[in-house]
Design a protein around this ligand. Structure first.
Ligand code: ADP
Length: 629
């Protein structure tokens, strides 16, 4: 603990300036009184022919050493009066000229000494004021002689070093504080004498044994003839500052070590995007961690560079978050998929003043995703083919029916041609009929081929209404063959989503056929399926049936792979539906209808770019009860 400043600090100055403890003051006054009375008695009554009154100067000097200027002046005047009184008492008629001369000498001496005493008091008052000012500063101010002995020790020095002024005055500074520094005491001394000043950092020991670090500024003091007379040292306690610096340095080193240990590429940059720091991980990508110049062209895949640079430039301009997925070249030359993300550090004005970023290697994840996509596509394809197998009979009928119609139309045409004269108008009608039937057959085959083909996902903008229409076309006969009546309610606007047409058709057909299968053993009531599409922030498709519905136990398992309640079921249909819908950013779920049967539903997010405009004929009702044409 730093001791409080003491009253007796720098007593050398206090004593000279007329201050001092009350006890001393009283003694001085008493002494002055006794001297004054003694001088008066001797001067007035003793027949001595000498200027005894000169001794009044002792009274003035004593009083001036402890009293204020006005008291000193008053005492001086009192002494003048007593001198005059003593002169008058001691004189006989006639007055001897030698007595007058002695009195005049005494008065002159008294006045001269009084003036000097008052002046001296003024000088001391100024000096004391300066000392008070020095004591006001928080820094430790120490004055010491050329022999290193302390002559002034400020309150700041008492606080910093723990020694009181009374303890420090007269001691050698460097011994008292066990000074240590980068340079020896003698060298500091020499340099101060040579250049008049020195500054540097010193280690000193306090009275309580603790070590303090001080920033010391030393100035040489000279007298009016330029001779060195003393040294003034101002010491600032920097112990805490240095401790914090060390702590900060350690924290920084720890932080850098942590950043190097992170299994990601960590970086920072100036507000304009120039890199300021990259962690050790970058060296695995052949980047010098001293971080000079633009690093992106060195590591980014040429196909990704322009996109990343333009997005990065835009983020810097707007001061907004930045994220891109791109390929980054590893030291071994391979490119790895990486998420590059960065966020700005904003100043008080809200502007980005620096950027901090992390590049996370997602190559393994990307490859796993791609493998998963491939598996999903393959599985979807397999289940699609198996679904087509189940529809084979009705699909074959869809094709044979127009083919039979073509044959009929061709025969009829020949007959019209063989007439005399040939009935050309009838021949034309037959040919038009067979062309239209051929187109129908071709369209059915095209749809089946598309469904059966093994292919990668082809993501485009597709209208969910159209997908439902095409799906219904494919299963219409199958639905009808099960005695199920089907109706379709399309949305009153295009429901454009971003997705794969074939996969989404697969979902609709799957849900539709599941409903048909659930109605297979229904003997009471109508077999009915209703497909509804509408816009509810997203495209929503609902497929209702009047089948046996879903039991509470089955409901939890419905979308689990290989869950089936059908004898010849595979249990993959709904699971594939879910993976397709979720891959499109949507959701699929099942519930029971209030009256009877199940309701399967799915939603798909609408494509942002598409304009969702109302259409003219929203409702397309198709009866499942189709007949051969
Ligand atoms: P699978 O058709 O091969 O059984 P799915 O995954 O398509 O496989 O269906 C799983 C099970 O979900 C079916 O076995 C059936 O029990 C139930 N299910 C699906 N759709 C319906 C529905 N519309 N009504 C009642 N149960 C259904």
């Amino acid at each position: 603990m730093t001791p409080p400043p003491t009253q007796d600090s720098n007593r050398w100055l206090e004593a000279g300036a007329g201050g001092g403890p009350l006890g001393n003051v009283r003694i001085v006054y008493a002494l002055a009184l006794m001297v004054g009375l003694g001088v008066f008695m001797v001067d007035a009554f003793a027949p001595l022919n000498i200027a005894v009154a000169v001794l009044y100067v002792v009274v003035v000097l004593l009083v001036s050493s402890v009293a204020s200027t006005s008291v000193t002046v008053a005492v001086a005047w009192l002494c003048v009066a007593m001198t005059m009184l003593g002169f008058l008492i001691s004189q006989n008629d006639p007055v001897a000229p030698s007595s007058i001369a002695r009195c005049a000498v005494s008065l002159s001496a008294l006045i001269a000494v009084s003036i000097l005493a008052v002046r001296n008091q003024g000088v001391h008052a100024t000096l004391r004021h300066h000392v008070d000012l020095l004591n006001l500063t928080h820094d430790a101010v120490v004055v010491y002689g050329l022999d290193d002995r302390i002559t002034f020790w400020s309150h700041g020095a008492e606080r910093l070093y723990g020694w009181r002024a009374a303890e420090a005055l007269g001691r050698r500074l460097h011994e008292l504080t066990a000074t240590q520094g980068a340079v020896a005491d003698s060298e500091i001394h020499q340099q101060t004498l040579k250049s008049g000043h020195w500054h540097g950092e010193l280690k000193r020991v306090r009275k309580d044994g603790a070590t303090v670090r001080v920033a010391s500024r030393v100035m040489l003091s000279r007298d009016r003839w330029g001779r060195p007379v003393g040294i003034l040292s101002t010491d600032d306690d920097i112990t805490e500052t240095r401790r914090m610096e060390v702590e900060l340095r350690e924290q920084k080193e720890e932080l850098l070590a942590t950043l190097d240990a992170i299994p990601a590429m960590v970086w920072s940059s100036f507000d304009d995007g120039r890199p300021t720091y990259v962690n050790q991980r970058w060296s695995e990508y052949g980047i010098d961690t001293r971080c000079e110049g633009d690093v992106w062209p060195d590591i980014l895949h040429p196909d990704d560079l322009a996109d990343v640079q333009s997005a990065w430039g835009e983020a810097i301009e707007r001061g907004s978050h930045f994220e891109r997925t791109a390929r980054i070249r590893h030291r071994d030359g391979s490119y790895r998929w990486t998420v590059i993300a960065s966020a700005p550090l904003r100043g008080a004005d809200g502007r980005a003043k620096a950027w901090y970023g992390v590049n996370t290697d997602i190559d393994a994840l990307r490859k796993a995703e791609q493998a998963l996509d491939r598996s999903r596509n393959e599985l979807a394809h397999t289940t699609r083919v198996s679904m087509l197998g189940e529809l084979a009979a009705s699909i074959a009928h869809e094709v044979t029916q127009p083919l039979a119609a073509i044959v009929t139309a061709g025969e009829a045409g020949l007959r019209w041609l063989n007439r005399h004269p040939p009935e050309l108008a009838e021949v034309r009608a037959s040919i038009e009929q067979s062309t239209s039937d051929a187109r129908r057959a071709t369209e059915v085959i095209r749809r089946i081929r598309t469904m059966a083909r093994k292919r990668d996902a082809d993501i485009t903008d597709v209208d969910v209404n159209g997908i439902i229409e095409e799906s219904v076309e494919l299963v219409r006969r199958e639905v009808s063959s099960h005695g199920v009546e089907m109706s379709v309610m399309l949305a009153d606007m295009p429901l454009v989503v971003c997705g794969d047409r074939v996969q989404l058709q697969q979902v609709v057909i799957n849900l539709l056929m599941n409903g048909v299968q659930a109605m297979a053993n229904i003997s009471d009531g109508a077999k009915l399926t209703v497909i509804t599409a509408r816009c509810e922030g997203a495209a929503r498709v609902q497929i209702d049936d009047t089948g046996h519905g879903i039991s509470e136990a089955d409901a939890k398992m419905l979308f689990t792979p290989f869950f089936t309640t059908r004898k010849d079921g595979m249990g993959m249909g709904l699971s594939i539906c879910r993976s397709i819908v979720e891959a499109h950013g949507g959701r699929v779920w099942a519930e029971n209808n209030k009256r009877r049967g199940a309701r399967m539903q799915f939603t798909l997010p609408l494509a942002q770019r598409a304009m969702q405009q109302p259409t003219e004929n929203p409702v397309l009702a198709i009866s499942g009860d189709t007949t051969d044409e």
